[in-house]
Write a protein that binds this ligand. Sequence first.
Ligand code: NAD
Length: 261
Amino acid sequence: MGDFSQKTAIVTGTSGIGRAAALRLARDGARVVALGIDERVNAEMAELAAAEQLAIRVEKADVSVDQQVRSAMETAVSWLGGLDIIVNAAAIHPFGTVVSTDPATWERCMAVNVGSIYLTAHYGIPHMERRGGGAIINISSVQGFNCQQNVAVYVATKGAIHALTRAMALDHAEKKIRVNSVSPGSVRTPILELAARTYGGEGVSVEQAFQRFGAAHPIGRIGEPEEVAELIAFLASDKAGFVTGADYRIDGGLTAAIGVK
Ligand SMILES: NC(=O)c1ccc[n+]([C@@H]2O[C@H](COP(=O)([O-])OP(=O)(O)OC[C@H]3O[C@@H](n4cnc5c(N)ncnc54)[C@H](O)[C@@H]3O)[C@@H](O)[C@H]2O)c1
């Protein structure tokens, strides 16, 4: 019997950290609905779940759109039979300053990275209340604390996730719904590949850029999505029963350092 037998989860994002979290929870007995916007990525994830005969159903949804989250949530909860866990890992990562970021990109990033957390909670928390409690894990970033240049809207969403996590934790503690965030450093996923291609430099491969990013982390490497999934699984489990309103950094020591050697 795994930690999550009898538990049900909705995970947003079907690649990278969301995928690793869904697989981790399902391997430990959870029934999971994974919501993703990209059909190719969704199909890949469904194949992985089927290969391991895991109880994961993958649904196409744009988690920034009210109607889509509402109907995905209804379908999901009726298949799952209730809702105990939400993992919010869907995000986009535009690059730009406030001047070079156009208004549509600003709004889209806010809607996907923060709005989706509001929407899954808005429709999901009443189901959790019926179960007598639940756990929500929002994926933020170290960039919600300290940031690089040229990522203005992305970091604005990541700081907002820290604040929203605290607000949700306070509002729903009485109903035994715990809400925490996780702030990773660099992790080997498609979002980091995008950063590697954007900032890797002329003639530098993604793997070489990953090594350079890794060297900036005191632990000497970038993280793996499965390592983040382990932390998510802890926060989702009853073992974390006294943990709410908190943020957990998983960054190989990146934000402990001042970066001057
Ligand atoms: N990988 C890193 O280095 C890193 C570091 C810090 C924080 N994070 C955060 O981790 C979380 C997961 O990202 P990841 O690293 O797994 O990257 P990823 O690109 O693999 O995952 C993001 C997923 O969100 C999906 N998505 C985007 N817009 C969507 C929408 N409107 N509706 C539904 N799905 C949508 C994408 O298709 C993708 O599957 C994100 O919040 C990201 O900001 C990642």
